[in-house]
Structure formats: structure tokens, C-alpha cells
Design a protein around this ligand. Structure first.
Ligand SMILES: Nc1ncnc2c1ncn2[C@@H]1O[C@H](COP(=O)(O)OP(=O)(O)OP(=O)(O)O)[C@@H](O)[C@H]1O
Ligand SMILES: CC(=O)N[C@H]1[C@@H]2OC[C@@H](O2)[C@@H](O)[C@@H]1O[C@H](C)C(=O)O
Length: 392
């Protein structure tokens, strides 16, 4: 047998695999690198995060990505260049992290790379007849494989769309596999740039996973615009402002929030233009920036909690939070206030570092593909995901 195919076969037959999951999300803050040890597959999966690091992007990289991110008109050459450049950058960051951890490439079975989302265009956003749901992640896996010498799986979202999904949220598979529990109804909430959730009932039925709306994306943009800060540290700016009830009501009336679950979105919709349109519609003068940030934070808390309440109705449940938004103590307080009888915890209590959860999720999806199982039978679309790049 061809040696490369033989290697893949051996990988799929190993008792456990060490997979590096990579995620660079919509916040453009950096690359999350999670070294995971994974044994088994499907509902028998055991996953331990052995090492984790977030490597911040330099301002130059952030500006490069901002030049094309979630924009309808861009420089096509820039997109082409960045597809290769981000792949090479991620490879370099993985090699540095491994060096720092004292881990050698031969100790790693594969890399699972999400890539950088550049544009997410579900039909609900583009509304163009005769065009499908679509999404684009760049940072090609071939560059990661060749530059690290490690087999790389990447570009997970296309297959999900090909199978009838919107390409997101893919958290449903990992949440279902890792966190389903017969003794507890659980909501897994991730607050990144965009917030999403998975409903896992103790009975195992009616699993729902959906984006909810903005996580930190609006507050990040406002903090940059008015305070030259990448985000609102611990929610301190929002805490110092006053929520504008009228602006909040106008924003909550946006049709996206009225659509049924599951649905997906991104900064293509939730950006400063969204706030400007809401201000214009409500006829308000431009409020104090602190009030704007307080109102955007309230929108995040409201849309998260209204969405969750609508889904789980009157059942008792525990909420497990992950993503950078869990460090915003003001936002977390607001979520708790809206859900007074709910235990609000972090995924740390389930053994998963809240900052590493999404990167670990992609390691898990790669594991499913390598083991050749049908991902989460019963959850649609049930397909293995990720393209395989061989290093040589
Ligand atoms: N100490 C903190 N205080 C307040 N907010 C914080 C803090 N640390 C991180 N954040 C928020 O978390 C964001 C990053 O979160 P995360 O890395 O989970 O997002 P992402 O993965 O880029 O987004 P997505 O999951 O939507 O793709 C930051 O942009 C910031 O808004
Ligand atoms: C297209 C895209 O990159 N979507 C991200 C984004 O960030 C959060 C939310 O929007 C979610 O739908 C998704 O990421 C996570 C990892 C997911 O697919 O579950």
C-alpha cells in the first residue's frame, strides 16, 4: 500500500491520537492552539486538553485580515495572498508553540485547522435566488501540512454545507459528543464574537444548536472606535454607562432575532452599521459612547437569555459558558440576572478550558474523520468533515 495511505490507516487504528486543534475566530484576536489527547470516537470519545495557548495576532496581521474580513468588496489579490500567508503564519505559530511545550512534530498525529472565516453568507443573509448557503475560511491546510510536516485536516465547514447545513455552528457535534449527560439538562453557551448555544436534554432528544446573535463583536467594534481598545475589559466601560431602552428595543426588533433556530450569522450583519441603522430608526441622537457600549452589552445578554428561555421553556437546566465573553464579568452578571434560577457555570467544570473549547472542537471533528465514523448519527447533517492535506 502507498505509505501515505498506510500512515492514515495506522492513525485511524490507534488507541488514542494527539491532535492540535486551531481556531481563529471572528474576534480576530489571535490563534487558539489546543493540543488534545483523544481516544475513541463518537459518544465513546475521551478528550483531554494537554496544552493550550492563544497567540495574539500582531497589529499588522489584524489589519491585513480586517482589510478583507466580512466586506462585500475587497482586493482579490489580497484575499489570494492571505490564503497562503495565514496558512504559513499558523504553521509557524504551531511550531513555536510545540517548541515551547517541548513537543516534537513526530509526537503529533495531526493538526485540525479551522482557518480564518472571511465571509459567512447563509441564504438568510445574501437572499440571492439560485445561490446556495456559503462560507469562506482561508489559511490553506496544505501550507500548514508542508510547513509543519504534520498531516492537517482543514476547511471543515464546506462539507457541512454540502450536506445541507449552513456551515455553522459546528459546535453541535463536539457539544453532543463531549457534554451529553443523562442526569442533567445542559445548555452550552459560547460567547465569542458571535454567541451560539447547544441544547442537550438529559433525555437525549431534541438537540438544538444555533447562533444567537452578537457576542462581543459589537462591543469590540465600539471599544475600538471610541476608546482605541480591542475590547471592554471585564465589562468596565459598559458598567459605567447607561442602557438606552429605546435603542435596545429597536435592535431587538431586528428580523434575525425573530427567525426560528437553528440559524447562523456573523459580523457581516452585526457591525457598527447595524448600530447606526438602529440609532437612525429610533430617532435618537448619538448617545455617550459608554451608553452605546452598555446598550450593546445588554443586547448580547438579552438575545442570549431570550433565545435560551424560548428553547428550553420551563425545564431546569445548567448553563455552561465558554469563549472570551466569559471574562466579561458585567456581561456574565447580566446573564445571571436574566436567568435568576439557573446555575451559570464555566465549561472548566466539565473539564474543558472555556478559552480552548472551540479549538478542541475542531480536534474532535478531525478525530471523527480519521476514525471513519459517521459524525453523531442522529444529528443532521451526519457527515465526516475536513479535507486531508499530506505533508509530502
Ligand atoms: N478580560 C476580558 N474582558 C472582557 N472581554 C474579554 C476579555 N477577554 C476576552 N474578552 C472578549 O472575548 C473576545 C474573544 O473571544 P473568543 O476568542 O472566544 O472569540 P472568537 O473565537 O474570535 O469568536 P467566534 O467564536 O465568534 O468565532 C474578545 O474580543 C473580547 O471581546
Ligand atoms: C462561519 C463561522 O466561522 N462561524 C463561527 C462564528 O463564531 C461563533 C459562531 O459564529 C459560530 O457559528 C462559528 O464558530 C463555531 C466554532 C461553530 O461553528 O460552532
Amino acid at each position: 500500500m502507498n505509505q501515505k495511505i498506510q500512515k492514515l490507516l495506522e492513525l485511524s487504528e490507534k488507541e488514542s491520537r494527539r491532535i492540535i486543534g486551531l481556531m481563529s475566530g471572528t474576534s480576530l484576536d489571535g490563534l487558539d492552539i489546543a493540543l488534545c489527547k483523544i481516544s475513541g470516537s463518537g459518544l465513546n470519545t475521551q478528550l483531554t486538553i494537554e496544552k493550550f495557548e492563544t497567540v495574539s495576532y500582531t497589529e499588522e496581521v489584524k489589519n491585513d485580515i480586517r482589510g478583507i474580513f466580512s466586506r462585500q468588496q475587497i482586493d482579490l489579490q489580497k484575499l489570494t495572498l492571505l490564503n497562503a500567508k495565514i496558512g504559513q503564519l499558523h504553521a509557524g505559530l504551531v511550531l513555536s508553540a510545540m517548541k515551547q511545550w517541548g513537543v516534537h512534530p513526530e509526537d503529533i498525529d495531526c493538526i485540525a485547522s479551522h482557518g480564518q472565516t472571511i465571509y459567512h453568507a447563509p441564504k438568510r443573509l445574501h437572499k440571492l435566488e439560485n445561490y446556495p448557503d456559503a462560507t469562506l475560511q482561508i489559511g490553506d491546510g496544505d501550507h500548514i501540512a508542508v510547513n509543519t510536516g504534520i498531516i492537517t485536516l482543514s476547511d471543515f465547514r464546506q462539507k457541512n454545507i454540502a450536506g445541507g447545513g449552513e456551515g455553522a455552528p459546528l459546535a453541535i457535534y463536539g457539544d453532543y459528543i463531549l457534554f451529553s449527560c443523562k442526569d442533567e439538562n445542559r445548555i452550552l453557551l459560547n460567547i465569542g464574537g458571535i454567541a451560539n448555544f447547544t441544547k442537550l436534554l438529559a433525555t437525549g432528544v431534541d438537540v438544538i444548536c444555533s447562533d444567537l446573535g452578537p457576542g462581543n463583536t459589537l462591543t469590540d467594534a465600539l471599544c475600538m472606535q471610541y476608546f482605541n481598545k480591542p475590547f471592554d475589559p471585564e465589562g468596565s466601560i459598559a458598567r459605567s454607562g447607561k442602557v438606552s431602552g429605546q435603542l435596545l428595543e429597536t435592535m431587538l426588533a431586528h428580523p434575525f432575532f425573530l427567525e426560528e433556530f437553528p440559524k447562523t450569522t456573523g459580523p457581516e450583519l452585526f457591525n457598527t452599521g447595524f448600530i447606526e441603522a438602529a440609532l437612525a430608526a429610533s430617532g435618537l441622537d448619538l448617545p455617550d459612547p459608554r451608553d452605546l457600549i452598555a446598550t450593546a452589552t445588554a443586547l448580547t445578554a438579552k438575545t442570549i437569555t431570550l433565545g435560551i428561555k424560548k428553547t428550553i421553556l420551563n425545564m431546569p437546566f445548567t448553563l455552561y459558558v465558554s469563549g472570551g465573553g466569559c471574562h466579561n464579568s458585567y456581561l456574565m452578571e447580566q446573564i445571571q440576572n436574566e436567568l435568576p434560577s439557573v446555575a451559570v457555570r464555566l465549561t472548566e467544570e466539565l473539564g474543558i478550558n472555556p478559552d480552548a473549547k472551540e479549538a478542541a472542537l475542531f480536534a474532535l471533528l478531525a478525530n471523527e474523520t480519521l476514525c471513519g465514523s459517521k459524525v453523531c448519527a442522529g444529528i443532521e447533517p451526519s457527515l465526516t468533515m475536513g479535507k486531508i492535506s499530506l505533508p509530502d
